[in-house]
Design a protein around this ligand. Structure first.
Ligand code: AMP
Length: 284
């Protein structure tokens, strides 16, 4: 089974893209690129996710900060034999010490550091950036084939929202699909904006993700359905930021109270929801 992992973000961003395009009739085929410390792409047809690059675990897909992304399965066997490693140690290495961190010879898993190092002439950092862009571009091509074309490409998450140079590097070579970036618009970051030219066949968007809002909306919908069935009158939700997850009292990102019609049973499952990252985080 493919779990997908950034599903909340993909869903929020693809819905928002369809809304901004004025309806699904203008955005039949959307490719969402969630590029952050962890990265994944999804292919969305008529508002429904058809494919996603992460799999049973988040290791699959494009290379990431520290995850290798797709590899030949035999690589694991090769590494285990060569370095006398257990399967667990090998998987830990592929999850935590690989990706752009390893490709850059240990410079960093953070794309800002890689940009800075590459600018100073560090070839390994440049290789890591180029390889990342290449693999994302390959997935876009694969998903365009799977969807029978593409109407919109959307960039989101830390790298996707903030790095114009990475977006340009990914789109460089997608002209055959009808992608034409507007170099000036592509300098913008962290806001909802079309970064393709008016005559580009594919509309390329930057849409900041809002996983917290999506979780809140989903939970509210779930809460209302419970209420509808007479289970709850009020559903309280506390959203905790990930850094505080688990201690039960960390700082509260947001609070929701939903007043419903019948009964006053508050299912404990609604008391606390862990969110992936604090809302409105500003990147320098
Ligand atoms: P996320 O996992 O979505 O929080 O994204 C975190 C990643 O976004 C960081 O590891 C950075 O590599 C990347 N990032 C944030 N801001 C920038 C920027 N201005 N340029 C390049 N990468 C950035």
């Amino acid at each position: 089974r493919r779990y997908g992992f950034h599903g909340t973000s993909h869903r929020f961003v693809s819905k928002r893209c369809i809304e901004l395009m004025g309806g699904v009739e203008n955005a039949h085929r959307v490719i969402v690129c969630h590029l952050g410390n962890g990265s994944s792409l999804s292919a969305v047809k008529d508002g429904k996710c058809q494919d996603t690059s992460m799999g049973l675990s988040p290791l699959a897909g494009v290379p990431m900060g520290t995850r290798a992304g797709d590899i030949d399965t035999c690589v694991a066997q090769f590494i285990m034999n060569k370095y006398n490693m257990s399967a667990d140690d090998c998987l830990t290495m592929l999850n935590k010490k690989s990706g752009v961190l390893a490709l850059s010879d240990g410079v960093s898993s953070d794309f800002r550091d890689l940009d800075a190092a590459a600018e100073k002439g560090n070839e390994a950092a440049q290789l890591a950036l180029d390889k990342f862009a290449y693999e994302v571009r390959k997935y876009i091509g694969a998903y365009a084939a799977a969807l029978g074309g593409v109407d919109c490409i959307v960039f989101t998450a830390g790298v996707g929202e903030n790095s114009g140079s990475m977006r340009a590097s990914i789109c460089d070579g997608l002209e055959y699909l009808g992608v034409k970036l507007d170099a000036e618009k592509n300098k913008l970051r962290g806001e909802e904006v079309i970064i393709s030219t008016p005559d580009s066949k594919v509309t390329v968007w930057v849409i900041p993700t809002n996983e917290e809002l999506m979780i809140a909306q989903d939970t509210a919908a779930h809460g209302s359905s419970h209420a509808h069935h007479g289970h709850a009158e009020q559903v309280h939700m506390l959203l905790h930021c990930q850094g505080c997850a688990g201690n039960g009292k960390g700082h509260r990102a947001d609070q929701f109270k939903i007043k419903l019609k019948t009964g006053i049973v508050i299912p404990p499952v609604y008391n606390s929801i862990t969110i992936p990252r604090p809302q409105g985080k500003i990147y320098p």
